[in-house]
Design a protein around this ligand. Structure first.
Ligand SMILES: O=C(O)C(=O)C[C@]1(C(=O)O)C=C[C@@H](O)C=C1
Length: 358
């Protein structure tokens, strides 16, 4: 077929697509109204109407991948739908996302991959500022780094959970790649230590407040480089000298989307809780953990932090498979309460761990 005819074909398809997209948008607006009505019925004035439903999004994305026989790749299709969903959310409500900034950080990248380009992003100087913005309603949702597969937990985030009322609404994973050299955030230095020791042994390592700040330094200084992600390179127009220099092939960071409440159960959720124990009681931690064994609940993470209230007292953090509104989980948490000084549920969210990371 000749080119003008093929282009005419594309024009016709585009006309149908625009109509279909607007048809979808109208349904989304109706969903928004239905959500508000359902909320008013519950007589709970404090309750916020949530437009972002992570479990439903997961279902939509899984279905797209099942339906797709190409030639579009599933990645391309999902990227297109990310933006459709982003537009859909912002039609229902003006949504602002606070993230641990500045622009170009890994957290910014993770936020954009999760929420698309139609929502409003607000960089925050500290992780605690993200928690604060969500807790006090200045932002609809927040996104904070939680743990890195090589470097472990982000302790600032754990510490914020100890005193904040926010709830985890979703998790998301970002493959950390395209790392460079010299200026960087201490976390990134930690992740690339072996590579740096072998390849840039004599080069001075200068710590920056963030990978984005590191990239900015590298952009303004001759003979300087940065370990940062690809969006920093784009933002500051830097050349990429070396990719994937992290020590582990699997360098993935997990982020939490935080909001004022968690969402309803799906068939595959995780829950994150914190608890404190009477440490003078021998076996207190063992008793607490045994509850999960008794209820056949699988733990996916365990961590502890100083309590910030009394020296040498600890707050324990546990993540497990299941949703806080599930019957067996409710029973287990009730029982756990008997062994603890206090238990706080920090949220339940759909499991988004990529298959290849299991
Ligand atoms: O199903 C909903 O609750 C919607 O608001 C619709 C929709 C979508 O566009 O498909 C939009 C946002 C939600 O995060 C999930 C799905």
């Amino acid at each position: 077929m000749e080119l003008p005819k093929l282009r005419q074909e594309i024009d016709n398809i585009d006309t149908k697509l625009v109509n279909l997209l607007n048809e979808r948008a109208r349904v989304s607006l109706n969903i928004g109204k239905a959500k508000k009505e359902a909320n008013n019925v519950s007589e709970d004035e404090e309750k916020e109407t949530h437009v972002y439903i992570p479990g439903r999004e997961k279902q939509v994305f899984e279905k797209l991948q099942r339906l797709n026989y190409g030639p579009l790749t599933s990645d391309s299709l999902c990227a297109i739908y990310r933006e459709i969903m982003s537009a859909s959310i912002s039609l229902q409500k003006e949504v602002s996302i606070s993230y641990y900034g500045p622009e170009g950080t890994n957290t910014h990248q993770a936020a954009r991959e999760k929420f698309g380009e139609s929502v409003h992003y607000v960089p925050q100087l500290n992780i605690s500022d993200v928690f604060d913005a969500v807790e006090h309603g200045r932002s609809t949702y927040g996104i904070v780094p939680f743990e890195n597969s090589t470097f472990g937990s982000v302790v600032e985030t754990l510490d914020c959970f100890i005193s904040s009322k926010v709830q985890i609404r979703a998790e998301t994973y970002l493959q950390i790649s395209t790392l460079k050299r010299v200026y960087s955030h201490p976390q990134a230095f930690g992740q690339c230590q072996k590579w740096l020791d072998v390849n840039l042994k004599t080069v001075e390592r200068v710590e920056a407040g963030s990978t984005s700040q590191a990239a900015r330094c590298a952009a303004t200084e001759p003979n300087a480089a940065a370990i940062a992600n690809i969006s920093c390179a784009q933002l500051y127009e830097l050349d990429i000298l070396e990719r994937n220099i992290e020590d582990s092939q699997y360098n993935v960071t997990r982020f939490f989307v935080i909001g004022t409440s968690s969402d309803a159960p799906t068939h595959d959720d995780k829950t994150f809780i914190q608890f404190t124990l009477d440490h003078r009681q021998p076996g207190a931690l063992c008793d607490a953990l045994k509850v999960f064994k008794d209820y056949h609940i699988n733990l996916t993470k365990i961590d502890s932090r100083p309590s910030l209230v009394r020296p040498w007292h600890y707050v324990f953090f546990i993540e497990f498979n299941g949703h806080k509104d599930q019957e067996d989980v409710k029973k287990a948490l009730n029982e756990l309460d008997q062994y603890c000084l206090n238990v706080v549920v920090l949220g339940s969210y759909p499991n988004q761990k990529p298959e290849n990371l299991n």
